[in-house]
Design a protein around this ligand. Sequence first.
Ligand code: FAD
Length: 317
Amino acid sequence: MARVLVYAEVADGTVDPAALEVLTRTRELGDADAVALGPGATGAADVLRRYGAARVFASEDAVFSDCVAQPAVLALEGLVREHGFDVVAFTTGYDSRDIAGRLSGRLGATLMSNVVALPSLDVARAAVFGGSRFVDVKLEGAPRIVLVRPKSFEARECGGRAEVVTVAADAPGDLVTARRVERHEEAASGPKLEDAPVVVSGGRGLGEAANFELLEQLADALGDAAVGATRAVVDAGWVPYSKQIGQTGTTIKPTVYLAFGISGATQHVVGMKGAKRIVAVNRDEDAPIFGLADLGVVGDALEILPRLIEEVRARKG
Ligand code: FAD
């Protein structure tokens, strides 16, 4: 059976949920081990074993969080050389992308990014042309490295008693040159964009940054809802990047997605088309977003939003 190593990012003791999705899929295809590096890795091992990791390679060493990529690359290279993994699977997080690229260089390994499905461990389905097309790519050599987009698979627990193997943090000083000097955490309230069952999202059609307050009010009135945005408004500085949905932002699969003043560009749609129900409000009846909306309303978002907020508040009592 092919052997897979899944790299799981750990932040503040929490495992990246996308790593659990990748672990779930790869354990169906082969023997899947996982690796977690940095403070919180041992706790992460408990979670990774519940999602079917056969072994978890872990290190609590702070060098993995204090330095950018390099110590993790060296640790992963050591694991691949020692255990002969056929596939190393990453999620599409910032650190993962950095580590995967460097690892590919050090091992001379094939790397496929933007993967959205793994029909087998030799074939990766990847999004190309801004997510407008999908191609099945045959992966050759060993190890083969894949970077999988979040929400490509469903994470399922299966129990398990993974052995935890300590990884040495063996990074020579001259190879560890990029250090994190500061870490900023954005203050956030309500559910995370990627987890929220309802996402209320806005685009350039909202006219100006101040009108995003209407989306915040609607999300608040609905409850358990998050606010998202298009890249156009993130680039305009109306909202932070963490709200961006799409090819170069977050991928979401909420139960309901409400789009206000969003045209429906391919690069946006690729991040939200997995929503179960899509409601779109746009002034232009030919806007592409209506092509995928379950309910389309041709109208002015700035007129509709205050009335909708009022209606939701009245119904929720
Ligand atoms: P527009 O396309 O300008 O649409 C505004 C819409 O609002 C129009 O349809 C208009 O009819 C409607 N409107 C105007 N006024 C009103 C009103 N009062 N009421 C109702 N409707 C109104 N975009 C992303 O979103 N996410 C990404 O991750 C992303 N990645 C990209 C990566 C690359 C490499 C590139 C090249 C582009 C990327 N983009 C991404 C940008 C993308 O191509 C679009 O430019 C962007 O999604 C458009 O945003 P928008 O819908 O807010 O603006």
